[in-house]
Design a protein around this ligand. Sequence first.
Ligand SMILES: Cc1ncc(COP(=O)(O)O)c(C=O)c1O
Length: 472
Amino acid sequence: MFVSNEVSNEVSNEVSTTFWHPFADMSAVNGHELVVASGVGARVRTKDGREFIDASAALWFNSVGHGRKELADAAAAQMMTLAAYSNFGDQATESTLRLSDRLSALSPQEDCKVFFTSGGSDAVDTAVKMVRRYWWLNGQPDRTWIITRNRAYHGMHMAGTALAGIAANRDGHGNLDSRVRNIQWDSAAELAAVIDELGAERVGAFFCEPVIGAGGVYAPPPGYLDEVRKICRDRGVLFVADEVITGYGRVGSILASTRWALDPDLILTAKGLTSGYLPMGAVLVAGRIAEPFWNSPGVMWRHGYTYSGHATAAAVAMANLDVLERERLIERVVELQPLLAQLLQPLNQHDVVHEVRAGVGLLGAVQVKPEVIAADPTFGPRIIGQLRERGVLTRMLADGSVQVSPPFVIEERDLASIASAIDESLAALGSTRRARPMLDVNLLPDQTSDESGGFGSSDDRLLADVPPHHGG
Ligand SMILES: Cc1ncc(COP(=O)(O)O)c(C=O)c1O
């Protein structure tokens, strides 16, 4: 049973830990771990028996819900046959070949080829190297500059860190790549200007999350994606869609690239590919980009990972895609998209709330005013604590937003519980609400069309430094 009123904010593991948590202030975490032990559907349970609605799908990845036997069975069957083998050189495992064909068929790219990785950061790293190598093979070795956007998150390998649009994620590591330029996230004009300033003949690619995720859930402004796609095409710059979050249904279509007809040169995917049951990523490569790699006799691209195309991960990905299709879970996202927007939008009435963004797929953010967080850096973590007391598990994003991105199988009443828990948590922290009644869905405008671009607005707010979560 869901015990939202009985939960406490006590930690599940009070002993000192040897586990170095990712994206964590270990001085605070040590002895205060929240140990998540099991999960079913859109709910998880901690070691000490408390139940939570998983409002973030863990780290955006759990699309099909927790506790899917079918995925475990697929893993077991593959492991009993052949857990994994090397896919280097001419060797291949069967499930990998099947998954590759399936991803190639679902990609909007013509003659799509698939390069497998171990996760999203590997996919970003692979893409940066692939872009530069592509131009090198094409006799334009100077096309090495990569353009990215502020607010962007492209994983935490060296390449992704260099590309990061969340400045705090780059700090303190030196200059990891001197050929990266970061532009305003919503300005197509700046993209054109920067390419022209650097010289198109020196620019390799533009990396773009169709919907910015970890930076705070920012949908593209109306027309933005069309414009940047055209700018890249006109100048011969490759367009890389980082769909590590948006891929496999989260925005209500199989890929954001399909929803917005982007025809990217490369599409980076991970997370939802396996719903996180096993780690895996895939770079979907347009045939025109693969061509010089595939048709250079005697030339090997010396790139790949031990687990590229891991047979068991591939079998799990196949089972995950089966579930998505059979249970029509992407249609479910389309159904829930307006409801999520309607439920979250009234939270705008809180005086501490800067903006509510939702309306594109099962993605939402409730952003606290930067000045509130600047005045009290504990405000974000305290919201998360309040939410936990109300049986909702999620985190703060880089710009001071509460992340809302549940599994696709979440029930309507759990979505409503997330919204009311955020409402109550803000109130418990002293936020007052303006006149309009909270959570009155009938009063809300329809924010569901692509034209509205969700209801994020563009502005040049500084990214607030909100510990502890700035990660993917
Ligand atoms: C857009 C984007 N790209 C890349 C990554 C990195 O993926 P991973 O953490 O699997 O390495 C993430 C992770 O959140 C992401 O959101």
